[in-house]
Design a protein around this ligand. Structure first.
Ligand code: ACO
Length: 402
């Protein structure tokens, strides 16, 4: 599908979906190419020259896709005046969720105290963030919601076959997040191109059932035919960037910055050449994080904003590609002032802190209440004081609306 937002919705003035907050989080632990030399038949020279990657971040045992996503989300909220209860929707793009269900989005929604939000995960591998932005933007533009939190978060280190030097050198862990909000000001997500070709499923994937474990493939571990993915990536970056820019009614020359999925520096060089765009207009940070799948675009966006590479009014393009095969591009007109001019009020900060604390206490309370109830139920239910205690436990609950 390709679409733009030039026509008003339902005869009313058009609603635009602007990005108003951005955040990122990566684990502390760095894994350098030299560290990989110690465990694999590879070299720093090979990895740098073939991919541009110098190091990547690896989640500790305690860090998860949800915990990294939560940190990125809190940072994204911190550049706005919003409190979590104003969020209408939480979408997490990920291929490494903490659970098959509940969704990682529900875990984050709960930890934020986003009591009015729906939440779901979106699975489109490395294209997931682009897909998720478009889903949120469509919901905003249709008028059905006002504010959405979109997160790309991954712990790729948990699905890598660490003996496979063709994949394990490429990936890292991390999360990025944005807040989108309805606005009457022209801008935000202007166009989107989303595509898929499931015939390429055998090029890149993670088998989740034994039926798909053939040859060298391992259950729940990533496989990839790198050379074919490389060719696919350079082709679709070119096509989808051109198509999305045309759908937005601008030209490539109007685009200030292209933020691509950070897969391989050579892919980006080749795409820049084929689009005839100066390499400097392609944002890159994969030397420090490697390929963080659905998290790579929002992490690169965060760094681009913080380092002043995006100014108010700029047109930027996100372009993602990966497993599915899937790919997509969106054009955004940036509508927020420079980070230094963005303030979150003290009251909003305090209310957010209270929301996080309350969410923690509420979660613990619900957990212990269930345990307590189970314990009490084991005792004869009608037995005087125990019965009254059980009724009290059942009665007491947190008010869900603030
Ligand atoms: N260290 C040393 N040698 C290696 C390594 C390594 N880590 N990996 C492969 N080699 C060897 C190969 O065995 C091969 O040796 P041979 O010629 O003796 O057989 C040689 O290097 C060349 O291998 P290729 O696979 O052809 O290397 P290529 O130049 O294609 O680079 C790479 C491999 C980096 C994986 C590249 O193909 C690539 O980046 N592909 C795209 C990956 C990508 O973008 N994935 C997106 C995934 S996004 C998602 O949805 C998860």
């Amino acid at each position: 599908m390709a679409n733009n937002i030039s026509s008003p919705q339902n005869g009313n003035a058009p609603i635009y979906a602007n990005i108003i907050g951005w955040g990122m989080a990566v684990p502390e632990t760095r894994l350098t190419n030299e560290d990989l030399e110690a465990i694999l038949d590879t070299s720093d020279e090979w990895i740098r020259s073939r991919t541009g990657i110098h190091e990547r971040r690896i989640a500790s045992e305690k860090e998860t896709t949800a915990s990294l996503g939560l940190k990125a989300a809190q940072q994204a909220l911190s550049v706005t005046n919003l409190v979590p209860s104003t969020l209408d929707m939480v979408i997490v793009a990920t291929c490494t969720p903490d659970y098959r269900f509940p969704s990682t989005a529900s875990l984050i929604q709960n930890s934020l105290g986003a009591s009015q939000a729906g939440a779901f995960d979106l699975s489109a591998a490395c294209s997931g963030f682009v897909y998720a932005i478009q889903m949120a933007a469509q919901a905003i533009r249709s008028g059905s919601i006002k504010t959405a939190l979109v997160i790309g978060s991954e712990t790729m280190s948990r699905v890598l076959d660490w003996q496979d030097r063709g994949t394990s050198i490429l990936f890292g862990d991390g999360a990025g997040a944005v807040i989108l909000q309805a606005s009457e000001e022209v801008g935000g997500v202007l166009s989107a191109v989303l595509r898929s070709d499931g015939a390429g499923a055998d090029l890149l994937g993670i088998p989740a059932i034994p039926n798909y474990v053939t040859g060298d493939r391992k259950l729940n571990k990533m496989y990839m035919i790198g050379r074919d993915v490389f060719k696919f990536a350079t082709r679709v970056i070119h096509e989808s960037v051109i198509e999305s820019v045309e759908a937005a009614g601008i030209t490539l020359a109007d685009v200030a910055l292209i933020i691509p999925h950070q897969a391989n520096d050579r892919i980006l060089q080749s795409a820049a050449r084929s689009l005839n765009v100066d390499r400097e207009r392609f944002m890159t940070n994969l030397d420090r994080y490697g390929n963080t799948s659905a998290a790579s675009i929002p992490i690169a966006l965060y760094e681009a904003v913080q380092t002043g590479r995006i100014k108010e009014g700029d047109y930027i393009v996100f372009v993602g590609f990966g497993g599915g095969l899937s790919w997509g591009a969106i054009v955004i007109q940036w509508r927020v002032p420079r980070p230094a001019e963005v303030h979150s009020s003290r009251i909003a900060k305090q209310r957010r802190q209270f929301s996080y604390l309350r969410a923690r206490v509420r979660g613990r309370w619900k957990y212990w209440r269930r345990r307590l109830r189970m314990l009490v139920n084991r005792v004869r239910p009608n037995y005087g004081r125990i019965y009254r205690l059980r009724s009290k436990i059942d009665e007491y609950d947190f008010e869900d609306d603030e």
